[in-house]
Design a protein around this ligand. Sequence first.
Ligand SMILES: Nc1ncnc2c1ncn2[C@@H]1O[C@H](COP(=O)(O)OP(=O)(O)O)[C@@H](O)[C@H]1O
Ligand SMILES: [Mg+2]
Length: 384
Amino acid sequence: MRLDSIAVTAPHLIKRLEHFRNFTMAHPRLVEARDELADAIDGAAPGSLVLVLGPTGVGKTTLRLKVENLLMQQMAPAMAADPGRLPFVSVEVVPPDTGQFRWRDYFSRLLAAMNEPLIDFKTMRGTGYTQARSTLPSIVGGRELGYAVEQALLHRHPPVVFVDEAQHLARIASGRRLSDQLDVIKSIANRTETVHVLLGTYELLAFRNLSAQLSRRSMDLHFQRYRAESAEDRQVFCSILLTFQKQLPFAEAKTDLMATWEFLYERSVGCVGILKEWLMRACVRAIKHGAAALSLEHLKKTALSISQCEKVLAESREGETRLNDNEDSRLRLRTLLGIDQHSCGASTHRNSGSVRSTQNRNSRKPGQRAPRRDLIEGTTQVYA
Ligand SMILES: Nc1ncnc2c1ncn2[C@@H]1O[C@H](COP(=O)(O)OP(=O)(O)O)[C@@H](O)[C@H]1O
Ligand SMILES: [Mg+2]
């Protein structure tokens, strides 16, 4: 969002607006997701995959940045000892112009993220690279680049590779198999012993249960929106509004977001990122019009359309249903195994608090940590 026009009309507000834009609220679901993802990365075997699924605008990229900060701190001593070491590598999968994902682009971006100039790769080519040395499936275009990626990862040794907007990996020509796409990621993860974290919308669900090998080495993390059906979620959503309200760039505290909370919920679908971007647009509009506070009018003019919200909601509901179905499958499995009634140690009964279900999640107090995820095979987040 460009703030140039405001810089001219209301230069004194630019700083405050920048402050609001940069303000990140540590709301309960973000904090919980951050802790769970950090735990998952710590606990994952090298070469594993972690899938972070959630609706668009829920805050997945924000979550990634938070975890990257944590990794930066944790890895500081290792990097001081070995300046070539990277604390993580992040790459965003860009929606392909052609409509189809291209590995060549992906690898180039990954190399750029590692600051590996392609010139090195060319040099490497000259020094005896052969196709035979690449372990990547032959369907992959740019296998040489893929090999360069593997070498760079082995050399820079980051523990984690974040692949943001990973749902675009599924944009493949008809006739090609989705499992082949995932095999490439798996192969790189395995060879380089890095944990690959794939963040994306619920389209990523298509990658689940693709192969037996994947099931053993992957887990998922569901970053949910706040749902109006839950009284607790509504309460948290309202407290998020109050927090954002305090950060608004206006001199006087005249804005009352709570008065329009239903509308704010309606057009954000309970996704904090969508809400934040909307408030930012509304602030810019209010300031441009010389207003001293946000009005309903500013909000209406800058809201997502009903059809956009319907789309986000439809995708969210489908994703939520499918992920919650997973809970039911797990209970079915446990019943078949005859262990549903005879759990030992931590209880695994649906209402006991250790099974991750919407029901349990909603019964927690805002800010209260979720029970930690168990990384042992066979728990809810390991694919069965
Ligand atoms: N907790 C938060 N506090 C403040 N701003 C947020 C928060 N979560 C997301 N945002 C903002 O909302 C926008 C969308 O969030 P993002 O993390 O990109 O969502 P996603 O990756 O899930 O689509 C970004 O501009 C981001 O800075
Ligand atoms: Mg994102």
